[in-house]
Design a protein around this ligand. Structure first.
Ligand SMILES: Nc1nc2c(ncn2[C@@H]2O[C@H](COP(=O)(O)OP(=O)(O)O)[C@@H](O)[C@H]2O)c(=O)[nH]1
Ligand SMILES: [Mg+2]
Length: 228
């Protein structure tokens, strides 16, 4: 849960980077760390094994500006992707304000992506969190690789859309970051669905990393404003 500290005029929010092992979560945080002004970030803490796989998590605090006199501090976490670390993954989700799902675009990682997405849904619902009402962005990473699946294929398996039940939210909404695609739309069946915003990325080169962070952090601040 975000924490607003009135004395120090700070808003603290928690963003978790989730996804299959080796998808590029740690690489995202490394790029953010390398590119933000040193005075606006804390230490990048990585608890990794000898072969550089994330063991427990990576953690990076960054300040992303000020709103109404409050400094907005985002605590970025990654989870370990390996299937057997589910207890850690679940723990890291506790109190989450926004989620970035880093998908590996490679065709042969489709199963791993689906499994990680399912695991995210399962862990969120075990906490009673509703991912359909939470800031949630999907990053299609590794777009540079020749065996990357098309965005349409990735959308089909990872981002089919949540049902929008409330009539008040059943209005067509274009994705401002992906002109021509809809975030909220009515299907031929009559059902209204809402997709997560998506970003194409090459995290090793830094492409899409800050776009992703910007979209999720904006959504987090918007949801804070709506709930306060
Ligand atoms: N080709 C390519 N490799 C990437 C990209 N992003 C990350 N990698 C590589 O994928 C491997 C796993 O990345 P890492 O960030 O450790 O994945 P994590 O397990 O999700 O934290 C590393 O060797 C990265 O250099 C990308 O966009 N393109
Ligand atoms: Mg990692």
């Amino acid at each position: 849960m975000s924490v607003i500290n009135y004395a120090s005029r700070e808003i603290n929010c928690k963003i978790v980077y989730y996804g299959p092992g080796l998808g590029g979560k740690t690489t995202n945080l490394e790029h953010v760390y390398a590119r933000v002004a040193p005075e606006t970030r804390g230490k990048l803490i990585s608890l990794a094994t000898e072969n550089e796989r994330t063991l427990f998590f990576d953690f990076l605090p960054v300040d992303l500006g000020t709103i109404r006199g409050f400094k907005t501090r985002f605590h970025l976490y990654t989870v370990p992707g390996q299937v057997y670390y589910n207890a850690s993954r679940k723990l890291i989700l506790k109190g989450v304000d926004g989620i970035v799902f880093v998908a590996d675009s490679q065709v042969d990682r489709a199963e791993a992506n689906i499994e990680a997405m399912q695991n995210l849904y399962d862990n969120m619902s075990e906490y009673g969190y509703d991912i359909t009402r939470m800031p949630f962005v999907i990053q299609y990473n590794k777009r540079d690789l020749p065996n990357a699946a098309s965005i349409d294929e990735l959308d089909q398996i990872l981002n089919p859309g949540f049902e929008v039940a409330e009539t008040g939210r059943q209005k067509p909404l274009e994705d401002p970051n992906r002109p021509g695609t809809m975030l909220v739309q009515q299907l031929e069946s009559g059902e209204w669905v809402e997709r997560a915003p998506t970003v194409e990325a090459v995290a090793v080169a830094g492409d899409g990393v800050f776009d992703t962070l910007k979209i999720v952090s904006k959504l987090v601040l918007k949801s804070l404003a709506a709930s306060s």
